[in-house]
Structure formats: C-alpha cells, structure tokens
Design a protein around this ligand. Sequence first.
Ligand SMILES: Cc1cc2nc3c(=O)[nH]c(=O)nc-3n(C[C@H](O)[C@H](O)[C@H](O)COP(=O)(O)OP(=O)(O)OC[C@H]3O[C@@H](n4cnc5c(N)ncnc54)[C@H](O)[C@@H]3O)c2cc1C
Length: 389
Amino acid sequence: MKRIAIVGAGFVGLRVARLLAKHAENRFTVVLIDKKDRFLFTPWLIDMLAGKMPLEQITASIPTIAKRDGFIFIKGEVHDINRKEKTFTIHAEGTQKMTYDKLVLAHGADTCYYGIPGAKEHTLPLKSIGDAKRAQESLLHLMREAEQTADSKERARLLTLAVVGGGPSGIEAIFSIKNFIQKKQTDGTIDPTLSLRYHLIQAAPQILPGFSQTAVNIANRELDNHSIQTYTSEAVIKIEKNTIYTVSGKMIPAHFILWTAGIEACPINIDPNVEIVKGYPTVDNYLRLDDSIFCAGDISNLKTKGVHVPKTAQVAMEMAEVVAANILKEDAGARLRPFHAETKGTIITLGKTGFVDLFHTLAFETPLANKLRRAFYRFRFKQMTGLDS
Ligand SMILES: Cc1cc2nc3c(=O)[nH]c(=O)nc-3n(C[C@H](O)[C@H](O)[C@H](O)COP(=O)(O)OP(=O)(O)OC[C@H]3O[C@@H](n4cnc5c(N)ncnc54)[C@H](O)[C@@H]3O)c2cc1C
C-alpha cells in the first residue's frame, strides 16, 4: 500500500489528512505527523486573549480525530527529508526513519523578529495557547504591581502597553487586550480606577496593508476613539526592557509589548535542495516541489499574477483541497488541478464594532462583526475538525 505522509497538522495538514482518509480504501495509508497533538484554530487566539473563548473550544485532539476518520497520527518533529531515498526522520522519544510515496509539507511559519536586537527577549509573541496565557498573566502581574505602587509616575509607566505590528492580528490583539483588562476591572480582579495607555506601532506607512482604504479608515477611527496611539512608518530598530526604539528616533515606553510584526518559515532540511526564497520552498501552480512532494500553506512560496499568495488560514484551507485533489488525480492518472488564490471576505473586530472586508476592495462597518465572526469561525472549526466548538 502507498504511504502518504503529511508534515504539520495545521490548516493544511489536518484538512489534507481528513480529505484523503475518506478515499484511502485499500490504496494508501495516510500518516499525519506534528510536534503537538492538538489542532489549534489560531484565529480564535485573539478571542482567547480577550478572555472570551476558553481553551477547550479553540483546539481539538488530533489523535481522536485520526481514530475517528481513519488515518495514523504520530506525535513528533520531522527533520531531514531525503528526496532521492524518499525518506524523512521523525524525532519523538527516539529517532525514526520513514519512507513516503507522497509527502505533503505543511509545517507552517513561526514568529519572525527580523534580527531586531532585544525583540525576542523583551516582547511576547501570539502564536500558541501558551503565548496567549503568558500575555494574560503578564498583564495581570503588571496591573497588580501598579496597584501596589504609590508613586504616580511609576504607576503610569507600568500601565503603558504596546503592540508591534499593525496588520489584522496586531489591530485585533490590541482591542482584545483592552477588552481583557476592562473585563478584569469590571469583575473586580483589578482596580477599576487604573488608567492605561496603549501604543500600536507599525513599520509600513499605513495600518492593515493591502486592505481597502475604507477598512483602514474605519480601523484608524476606532483606534482613535479608544485612545490607542498609533504610529505608522515607525519600524522598530531595537527593544530594551520596557522601551521600544523606532527608526525616526522615538523612544516609546511600554511595560508590556506584544509582537505581531511578522512570520518566518519553520525550517526543515531538504536534500537535494529545492528553490527556497527567504526560507519558503517555491511551489508550482499545482503546489508541488517535485513529482512526490507537495507543499502548501504558510510554508509555501507561490506568486500568482506577480503577487505573493497571502499566508492565511483561508488560503491554507483552499490549498489543502487542491493538494488532496491532486494526490487523488495523480493516483488515477488524471490531469492535475491548478491552484488559484481567491481572497474572499475577512471580518475584523475592533472592540464592540468591526467591519467586513470584501476582496480587499470594499468594506462595510457593522456592530454585528463579533457575532458574524464567531458564527463563521464555528463553521470553519467544524469544517477543519468535524467537531462543534
Ligand atoms: C494570532 C493569529 C491570528 C490569526 N488570525 C487569522 C485569521 O483571522 N484569518 C486567517 O485566515 N488567518 C489567520 N491567521 C493565520 C493562520 O493561522 C495561518 O495562515 C494558518 O495557520 C496557516 O496554516 P498552515 O497549515 O500552513 O500552518 P499552521 O496552522 O501553523 O500549522 C503548522 C503545523 O506544523 C507543525 N510543525 C511545524 N514544524 C514541524 C516539524 N518540523 N515537524 C512536525 N510538525 C511541525 C506545527 O506544530 C503546526 O501544528 C492567524 C494567525 C495567528 C498567529
């Protein structure tokens, strides 16, 4: 029986495994490998940070899904891929070498600090459940310290928070942080009289790059309404404990700094080499690296019409469908299906309001943004896992 091995159980990997397992019959076995044994619905990390979503509702057990849907799950980290031998190694408790007939690389991307001095040491990322929990703990710790500080200047310093990165994650995260603190002030966990200052720092000339001007205007207005000080064209060049230094010479004090400024490829050694651009393997229109390896999602480098395909969960799920279809087509000797990136809608929440952005060309504001997003994500979560959230 042929073996289809899939590296990474995120939006691409888990979806490919589930789609292929339906058609496996006695033709092939599907093996999914991930360092972690829970699938994380990352868009909900923003809601978890706000204290709106409990942990159990934003993750799902991969071994349980594998057992139900008929594929094999191995918890371990994949290293060295040998394309000539068609093998790779899995590091778990020991090291295991595995052969493949088809390999799907879907191991995603990680937080990128661009080598900026102090960025990794003095900021918190937002990529995992642990990150969201650490951010909440760090906020609560700061608030308690502020409560016990008699000196008003020192207290004001402690109550200064910043998010670096003005993309969708950064914008939503700063409203989530505000929400989390307000909730804790309302339920009496922290002093309701504490007054906080928020900074949003963006390297590009505007927030939400690539979004329509209407979307940018709505977000800017809401940031303003919430007294969130926004800096644009202010690339961060250095971070020291409690201070952010920007390219124009600004020194922005912040006792809590969340870093949402970019991602970089998770490296896996591939031998012989394939074309790699900034760590991302370049795929063809059918999402292939060679005749036996597909690569999709955040880890893949693909341009359509001269533009890089965005690294989003939405795109990852579309890519997963093309990869699964093409593996079945190859098996049946049929013509492969090319991938076409289609940017549909995005819902961005900004505290109590938000907007729906369509095709990055038009946007409309709605107070129902939170409800719409929640309903849509529940649908996506079910599509990904077959489970209700
Ligand atoms: C806070 C946040 C909010 C987001 N919000 C949105 C949103 O609202 N809408 C949207 O469309 N996108 C959103 N995204 C982006 C989205 O999460 C990614 O684009 C998507 O997860 C990419 O899917 P993927 O399958 O390529 O990678 P991932 O989902 O990252 O999965 C990769 C998997 O590979 C595993 N892995 C990595 N290396 C190895 C290895 N060597 N061996 C074994 N396993 C390995 C990892 O553990 C991981 O499970 C958000 C991301 C973040 C961090």
